[in-house]
Ligand binder design. Structure first.
Ligand code: S3P
Length: 171
């Protein structure tokens, strides 16, 4: 684990992208959104990639995008909700940086994603979403740090992460 890179992990709708956008400037690090990296590399939206090639093709593109970001330091990476659920990607992430799990309830996710515009293929059906949510909890627990993101504002979460970094002994 290296402390010059942060990975934000957690379920869809947990607020990873929003937090990354606020945290990057606070640390003066760059921000990368894994889904956006995939879309750039594949020249296709995540939804189209799922629709035309299926989830397994999306997962290989996701892992390739993750590997492409490995050399980059001083960066906050907002991952997609499924990235940390893959054992291989999880090992890569936990070796490469510090992972923070944005832990939120299924209820909050449901409320946030209910007005979805079809951008998230796996959120289209509530039953699938609930099954995935439950199945992934044990993976997310393997993040280095769990943040209770249910009641905290983005600014509070930024300060909690920065505080954690400032309290770390020099390595
Ligand atoms: C996914 C989450 C999405 C995106 C894709 C699959 C998932 O990212 O990577 O739709 O498997 O949970 P967000 O967590 O940013 O929505």
């Amino acid at each position: 684990m290296r402390d010059d890179k942060i990975y934000l992990v957690g379920f869809m709708g947990a607020g990873k992208t929003t937090l990354a956008k606020a945290l990057g400037p606070r640390l003066q690090w760059r921000v990368e959104d894994l889904d956006a990296v995939i879309e750039r590399r594949e020249e296709m939206s995540v939804a189209d990639l799922f629709a035309t090639s299926g989830e397994s093709r999306f997962r290989s593109a996701e892992q390739a995008a993750l590997r492409a970001l490995l050399p980059m330091r001083q960066v906050v990476v907002a991952t997609g909700g499924g990235a940390f659920a893959s054992a291989q990607s999880r090992v890569l992430i936990n070796r490469d940086g510090v992972s923070f799990w944005l832990d939120v309830s299924l209820q909050l996710v449901g409320a946030r994603l209910s007005s979805e515009d079809g951008r998230r293929p796996l959120a289209a059906d509530p039953a699938t979403m609930e099954r995935l949510f439950r199945a992934r909890q044990s993976a997310y627990r393997q993040a280095h740090v769990r943040l209770d993101a249910e009641h905290a504002t983005t600014d509070e979460l930024v300060e909690r992460i920065v505080d954690r970094f400032e309290r770390r002994p020099a390595s």
